[in-house]
Design a protein around this ligand. Structure first.
Ligand SMILES: [Cu+2]
Length: 274
């Protein structure tokens, strides 16, 4: 489907500020939205493999931000409030990459997302995506009041999310919930935007690592437990060879809680219909 989408993908990205109503504190957050309509979820961007392109970044926020494609040592581009920048995206091999803001507030309030390169097709394999993040609401409150959090303070995140959703809401997100038919092969694009590593444990299946920007030596590995390092973009393949409902979760148990209460956080399911 959609040759034009493969060629051009999403053209614009809006840096937006709003409330993250998904969690009880409803903290102020920053997001990368695909339009000027507010969404609590960061938009995912797609590009064809091995093809240079660009992206229009609109700073619809009230403070200046620094944008970057997060592939190694990248100098950011400062965008003043209300300004627009046309940023180049280099030709990249197939895989999952990170992009977003690299200023302290931009990182702290969560304006980071993934760039999927060469993954979109005609729906075969089916594609899902998991933007992983950890959050400390106290630190977020500092950022949104214009104060830099104490960098020497211990980092104690109290929320953990997949696509800016915490379990059980992850099950309502068609990209976080992997729902497939028996015999399907699917790909899952995974990016870790948090401040800590996240180790995904798949019940029922071993997944094969197809791409990784930080652990390329693991491409081809087939495991039920997959460490996704801080800052990593990874693509895994899952072959749905048995029917049933299987959990997938961060093996770090604090990450499957919401404000300390289990179950929550970075937990979703694979549902394979017979
Ligand atoms: Cu497990």
């Amino acid at each position: 489907m959609l040759a034009t989408m493969l060629t051009f993908g999403q053209d614009s990205l809006f840096i937006m500020r709003g409330a993250w109503d998904q969690i009880p504190e409803a903290p102020e957050v920053l997001r990368l939205n695909a339009s000027a309509d507010w969404s609590e979820q960061n938009a995912v961007f797609e590009r064809e493999a091995a093809t240079a392109s660009n992206l229009v970044v609109v700073n619809a926020d009230t403070t200046s931000h620094v944008w970057a494609l997060l592939i190694g040592e990248t100098d950011g581009i400062t965008i003043e409030p209300g300004d627009t920048a046309v940023v180049d995206l280099p030709a990249l091999p197939m895989g999952t990459y990170r992009l977003g803001l690299i200023d302290g507030e931009g990182i702290g309030l969560g304006a980071q997302s993934m760039l999927q390169v060469g993954l979109q097709s005609d729906g075969d394999p089916v594609l899902f995506h998991w933007n992983l993040c950890d959050w400390e609401t106290q630190q977020m409150a500092s950022w949104s009041s214009g104060t830099e959090p104490d960098p020497t303070a211990a980092y104690v995140p109290n929320y953990f999310s997949i696509n800016e959703q915490t379990y059980p809401t992850t099950l309502e997100d068609p990209n976080a919930l992997v729902s497939v038919a028996l015999g399907d092969t699917c790909w899952i694009a995974v990016a870790n935007h948090g401040q800590m590593d996240h180790v995904l444990h798949f019940h029922g299946f071993h997944v094969e690592v197809l791409s990784s920007n930080l652990q390329p030596a693991r491409i081809g590995w087939s495991k039920d437990t997959v460490p996704v390092k801080k800052g990593e973009g990874m693509t895994v393949q899952l072959v749905a060879n048995q029917a049933g409902i299987y959990p997938v979760h961060d093996h770090n148990l604090i990450a499957v809680t919401n404000a300390g209460f289990y179950p929550g956080g970075m937990l979703t399911q694979i549902i394979v219909d017979p």
